[in-house]
Design a protein around this ligand. Structure first.
Ligand SMILES: [Zn+2]
Length: 223
């Protein structure tokens, strides 16, 4: 819905009813609390390069944050909404079984996810590789009850080879490590594989580990 707003011009910085324009719309939701509510305009600044900015105030009582929305305003009578910042990402959730055996997996995966969504793709790959290491080693120590000290010391690839019996997990996790190691090394071995392939393999590993935990629990509960 097109709305009329007042704005400030560069130079005098005056924010008054003298300058009026239309915007095609307000942002749908607050980018910080992700709640859909009518935000209040605090200040709008016109830019001659076509990227004008509006400071909004979130009216949700528990949030009350300020955020900036960017509008394209070049050579047009109605500014066009582009995006809002800061963008508060909702990081992926994992099942209770996974969080229980490896609480840090979710934390590290979430940080890698934030890096990936901030265009920090090199850091993201290393982060996902680290998340995978925590998941597998925690699975071995906390679920399969392998000896902690020996697992901690061993390289991840060797842990998978020596200590993982479930062939589904073994096959998938092994390949995830191959791609994951590429993310941390100077020379890439799997040139056609990237972070999205690594994420897919981690997702499948998570799936097989969850399935194994649930299967064991169901059998124990229903002898
Ligand atoms: Zn908010």
């Amino acid at each position: 819905m097109s709305r009329s707003i007042k704005y400030a011009r560069p130079g005098d910085g005056k924010y008054s009813a003298e300058y009026f324009t239309n915007v095609n719309r307000y942002p749908d939701k607050c980018p910080i609390c992700n709640v859909v509510l009518e935000p209040r305009i605090i200040y709008a600044s016109y830019s001659i390069n076509g990227n004008s900015e509006i400071v909004f105030f979130c009216t949700k009582r528990e949030c009350q944050s300020l955020f900036i929305s960017y509008y394209f305003s070049g050579d047009i009578t109605e500014w066009q909404y582009l995006r809002s910042a800061p963008h508060n990402l909702v990081t992926p959730e994992f099942s209770e079984e996974i969080n229980e055996i490896s609480p840090l997996f979710k934390v590290i995966y979430g940080q890698a996810y934030i890096a990936e969504n901030s265009a920090l793709n090199h850091i993201a790959g290393m982060g996902y590789r680290k998340a995978l290491e925590f998941l597998i080693k925690d699975y071995l120590i906390n679920f399969l009850e392998k000896e902690r000290v020996s697992i901690e010391k061993k390289l991840l690839g060797k842990c998978i080879k020596d200590d993982v019996d479930n062939s589904n997990i073994k096959q998938v996790a092994e390949r995830a490590v191959w791609i994951g190691n590429d993310e941390t090394h100077y020379v890439r071995k799997w040139e056609t594989k990237d972070v999205s392939d690594l994420k897919k393999l981690i997702d499948v590993t998570v799936h097989w580990i969850s399935s194994e935990i649930i299967t064991k629990r169901v059998i124990e509960e229903m002898q």
